[in-house]
Design a protein around this ligand. Structure first.
Ligand code: ATP
Ligand code: MG
Length: 328
């Protein structure tokens, strides 16, 4: 049994990439582990977001967590800003992080590119993420491939703290799947699918209507060779659709390649779309039952209480290790 922590930002509506890369694993891991799944709203405010939209997204993400199969009896499901220790430890870790190492983070470089007024929160984002993870003595962090670098930084910060003060933190390891770790954008398949993409055609939201999903997959960028084969480098669009299809149905990619040997892109895309619709339809049905239910708030209240008890206890030890205490 391991302690697991992971989170998703309520910046927009969760995408198929978030689901296949992260959320699907959350469900598998909740049975035999001590799992914490967080809605990381403090990370969302690193970009400017309408307040009502953020509130709605937070609820939506919680409902989607549950609709996807997360069980509050098995895992602790909560909202980051409700457990104040995250921000407190985030500041403490910011103070031991260097400008150089934060500036090397590719997510920061990507997200700040082209922006004239880059928020300081975007720059220190990884120290808050390190706080989320280290606060619970986390051993495993199920994430998509893009978060690997942030987890390495988390480990560096933990090691630095442990050496400088006391052996306080457990060393977390990333848990990244072989397939699905980087689902690509439908409009630009060399870029990862992102929920904050300004072009909604690039991603499939978990709440997209079936016909919207069909349209987006139909217009997904491919290539002109007409051959359905898996080759990420030369055929990123088709490879991405093969991966989505495979993960949505549980059919190995090789089998799909054989099955579509004599097919054209049109037929293939239609089948990919139906597989995604079949995957998301039952999740969407449960989501609609949950979104306005009082049950959702009860679950998040209970999750906050459980997370807070652990977080506050650990924070007190970490503060003492750093000298933030009147008593020795
Ligand atoms: P944003 O663009 O706002 O950063 P995002 O889609 O990257 O949105 P996050 O909340 O940053 O979503 O990430 C939540 C989880 O989903 C992380 O574990 C991340 O690695 C994973 N993830 C994000 N995008 C993908 C993707 N395209 N494929 C697989 N996993 C992904
Ligand atoms: Mg992201």
């Amino acid at each position: 049994m391991a302690t697991i922590f992971s989170g998703i930002k309520p910046t927009g509506v969760v995408t198929l990439g978030n689901y296949l890369g992260a959320m699907k694993q959350f469900v598998d891991l909740q049975d035999d582990n001590n799992a914490y799944y967080c809605i990381v709203d403090l990370h969302s405010i690193t970009v400017q977001l309408d307040r009502v939209e953020l509130m709605n997204n937070t609820r939506k993400l919680a409902a989607l967590y549950l609709a996807s199969g997360l069980d509050p009896e098995k895992a602790t499901i909560f909202v980051q800003s409700e457990v104040k220790a995250h921000a407190q430890l985030g500041w403490m870790l910011t103070c031991i992080a260097g400008m150089g190492e934060l500036g090397r983070m590719t997510q920061y470089k990507d997200k700040s590119q082209g922006s004239e007024n880059v928020g300081a929160g975007l720059f220190v984002y990884p120290t808050l993420m390190a706080s989320d993870i280290l606060l619970y003595n986390t051993e495993l962090v199920p994430v998509g491939d893009d978060q690997k670098q942030h987890i390495e930084l988390t480990r560096d910060l933990a090691e630095r703290f442990n050496k400088r003060y006391y052996e306080t933190f457990t060393m977390p390891e990333p848990l990244i799947q072989k397939e699905g770790a980087r689902i690509m954008s439908l409009t630009n398949p060399v870029k990862k699918m992102s929920k904050s993409d300004t072009n909604a055609k690039g991603y499939i939201s978990m709440l997209d209507e079936p016909n919207v999903i069909r349209k987006k997959i139909k217009s997904a960028v491919t290539d002109s060779s007409g051959v359905i084969s898996f080759d990420r480098e030369n055929k990123p669009g088709i490879s991405n659709l093969l991966e989505i299809y495979s993960l949505s149905t549980g059919t190995p990619i090789d089998d799909l390649v054989k099955q579509y040997e004599n097919s054209n892109y049109g037929t293939f895309k239609q089948d990919v779309a139906e597989a995604v619709v079949a995957l998301l339809e039952p999740i969407q049905a449960r989501y609609h039952e949950l979104i306005d239910s009082p049950e959702l708030d009860e679950i998040l209240d209970a999750g906050r209480a459980k997370a807070e008890a652990v977080a506050n206890k650990n924070l007190a030890k970490i503060e003492k290790a750093m000298g933030l205490s009147r008593k020795r």
